[in-house]
Design a protein around this ligand. Sequence first.
Ligand code: ASP
Ligand code: MG
Length: 402
Amino acid sequence: MKIVIMKFGGTSVADLEKIQNVSKIVSDSVRDFKIVVVLSAMAGATNELQKLIDKVNFTSLPEQDLVITSGEQVTVGLLSMILNKQGIKSIPLLGWQVPIITDSNHEKAKILNINNSKILNCFEDHDVVVLAGFQGVSKEGMVTSLGRGGSDTTAVAIAASLNAERCDIYTDVEGVYSTDPNIDKSAKKIDKISYEEMLEMSSMGAKVLQTRSVELAMKNNLTLQVLSSLTTKPGTLIVNEKKLIEKEVVSGVTYSKNESKITISGVPDKPGISAIIFGILAKKNINVDMIVQNISQDGVSANLTFTVQSRDTDVSKDELEKNIAKIKYKHISTDTDVTKISVVGMGMMSQTGVAEKMFKTLASEKINILAISTSEIKISVLIGKKFTEQAVKALHSVYKLN
Ligand code: ASP
Ligand code: MG
């Protein structure tokens, strides 16, 4: 029995007409395969549910997860109904019915185990299982959610568990682009990209796939395809690095406006201070990304600059101010008017001069670099927010991605 997984995001099931369109895509494959269709809620529905939860303003995570995962129940029921109406034997399933067992970390639960015998039994007298994405059930029997964007992870986990032939992630764009087409119209669709590159791109703002789903695909060596439900063109394949014949030096330029910069000046220049500062932030679960410390002029004090997610700016500042006596710094300031720009590519591992080209290009655009960080396949710089478009365009063109 050959099984394929087709996952459709919120924009692909945004209304009845779009769901009809999904039923057409599914029916085209039904002759050759058994199909698990994984669905998101209608576009915007999950946000509306979140607003209701926020209005009640009382933290009770099991109820919150029950509410926020309910949008998927609607789309799953509707698609299965439409498929059956067309004579395609379909059955709808929610996460707990499979069951998709997760830990009890509500709002960001991890999948522990999928019992796939229920799905296999369904395939004895059905051709399609329409499964709710984004949801599971804890060992305590409570409904859990996998974190926003989590239906991608449902699709990948099901594909791995059923050893599927393909896992196609349908969305409203034709694939993964070399940069944001809204900023640079010359952005081109990438045909093939490695898991590693995709991880760097998706954790940095290219929001086509939930980061966790890419990690899971990589762990299981499962090829993913991101493609549009509105065209019939092939999309972007996300594959094992070994399947890339030619490794691009730079595959993409991405940006994130969700960063902010914190500068602490007059920090004592002695061992253990950084450990105290970042320990304070870690205790509050704040992720620090770029870190720059300047060389102290007088051997007594130094300045420390680092970035956090914008939403963590105020908490970070508050916590560090509370601890001023312990750290003994002079001044702290924050700046949310910054953007992180990154260039990503597997070929960087073996090619030199990529960073130099990036810095030279920004210099010739007269854009000041506030902080730098690198990994084996990525270089990121922090710049003023107003230069975002200019920098993205210049870099996209200098690495010949257009
Ligand atoms: N509906 C959920 C969300 O909006 C899950 C998903 O779309 O992947 O986050
Ligand atoms: Mg999504």
